[in-house]
Design a protein. Structure first.
Length: 287
């Protein structure tokens, strides 16, 4: 059982799945704005359903890329390339997670269920094959990658409105410097599998500058909640500070063009999104 759980965690990419579910669950609470109106049973359904749907998408991704994962040091110990799990086993698990997860999310409302199916199909069958084509994969991957806040919000609110699109936009733009920082750090390993995710497909100043430009773009996008009247002075200040730190880290990558700077930007991206989303939640509740 211990070995199976270890393989299962790798199959669903547990840390990534946790971040996705965290984003969706926070945006569910953001949609309600008031603790007294929150349906906690639906919140739990969202967490479980979101976990299963994300795990399914990651499982299909690993099934498709199993032969490529063998070529990279970072992924060679995953259950499929290492042989500790068969393709059939992974497929059954992924199908079960996808079906049951979609059922749970669909039970909240139809739009949430449709978005969950779309996220699985887009991530596994559009983004995944494009990773060997070029940096267009980053743009395509940013679409399902930005769906968690939208799914979480719609699960609570029942429809896609301006605020839902604002939450989607913040996570969508955030993903470009996030993806490219990771791609810069792992470029040598990615090349073994033919993945070409950097803007120019290599570590050069142009790739760094494009990454910086998207980090700069994140600043005005992060202020959209304030512009539309959804957030107050607290989220405005935190968004500006976090964005400026993010811009500084991207600027250092542009200047130094080294893996250390890329790692700094990558770790900064891990903190940026949860900080902004949590502060927005409590800023709304305080209002």
């Amino acid at each position: 059982m211990k070995e199976f759980l270890s393989d299962f965690k790798k199959l669903i990419k547990l840390r990534l799945t946790f971040l996705v579910v965290f984003s969706a669950s926070i945006c569910f609470l953001i949609a309600k704005e008031n603790w007294e109106t929150i349906n906690w049973q639906n919140w739990i359904k969202l967490i479980i359903g979101g976990f299963l749907v994300t795990g399914a998408a990651n499982g299909f991704n690993e099934i498709i890329e199993k032969d490529l994962d063998k070529l990279m040091s970072r992924t060679a110990d995953r259950p499929l390339p290492s042989g500790s799990m068969t393709t059939g086993q992974a497929l059954v698990l992924s199908l079960f997670m996808g079906i049951f997860g979609t059922y749970l999310l669909g039970s909240l409302n139809l739009t949430t269920g449709i978005l969950s199916v779309f996220s699985i199909l887009f991530y596994a069958f559009i983004y995944t094959p494009l990773k060997r084509v070029g940096s267009v994969a980053v743009f395509m991957g940013a679409i399902p990658g930005a769906l968690p806040p939208l799914i979480g919000y719609v699960a609570a609110h029942g429809k896609i409105d301006t605020f839902a699109l604002v939450l989607f936009a913040i996570q969508f733009v955030w993903q470009f410097p996030h993806f490219w920082a990771i791609a810069w750090v792992l470029d040598d390993d990615y090349k073994k599998a033919g993945f070409r995710l950097l803007p120019t497909q290599k570590r050069d100043r142009t790739s760094a500058i494009i990454t910086l430009l998207f980090a700069i773009l994140l600043l005005p996008v992060s202020l959209l909640p304030t512009y539309f009247g959804f957030g107050g002075i607290v989220i405005t200040g935190v968004s500006v500070i976090c964005s400026l730190v993010f811009i500084y880290q991207a600027l250092m990558l542009t200047i130094k063009m080294d893996i250390k700077s890329a790692k700094s930007l990558m770790y900064g991206s891990f903190f940026y999104l949860p900080i902004v989303q949590i502060v927005l939640l409590f800023d709304l509740i305080k209002k």
